[in-house]
Design a protein around this ligand. Sequence first.
Ligand code: ADP
Length: 152
Amino acid sequence: MSEKKIALFPGSFDPFTKGHEDIVRRSLKLFDEVIIAIGYNSAKSRYFEADYMVDRIKSAFLPEDRMSVMVYNELTADLAQKTGASYLVRGLRNTTDFEYENSISQVNRYLNDHLETVFLITAPEYAHISSTIIREVHKYDGDISPFIPYKL
Ligand code: ADP
């Protein structure tokens, strides 16, 4: 039997958006399993609690059983090794994302050379969606429901 293709989709997901959801759904067509991993850094405060986000993300993908969601607090390259993921998935919206993603992927390659980073280009309808903007809208009582794939 050939080995299961497991992909890790790491990010802050503060909050998880429809842009992220699109990346996960497209990844599920390429890989057998997708693990969404919320990076938790105790020194950085979050707007939406990580555990709350785990619950909300799960609700968006029911009844899909090939995806899972977790919170982690270690090197992404180490988490990939522990979970058996050979692929890291990241989304690209523009050249700013590219510059940043290019550097992280070089470091991840250095840390774990069995790990291949795969980039999916954002679908145009989601290109403008960013967690930062959604946080701002929510902070000032705006309706963020058009940008997120679950109910708050
Ligand atoms: P990080 O803090 O690690 O950048 P984010 O939660 O902001 O985490 O994003 C996780 C990944 O999703 C990144 O690769 C980012 O470029 C990508 N991403 C963010 N928003 C979108 C979007 N609207 N469409 C496609 N990819 C996106």
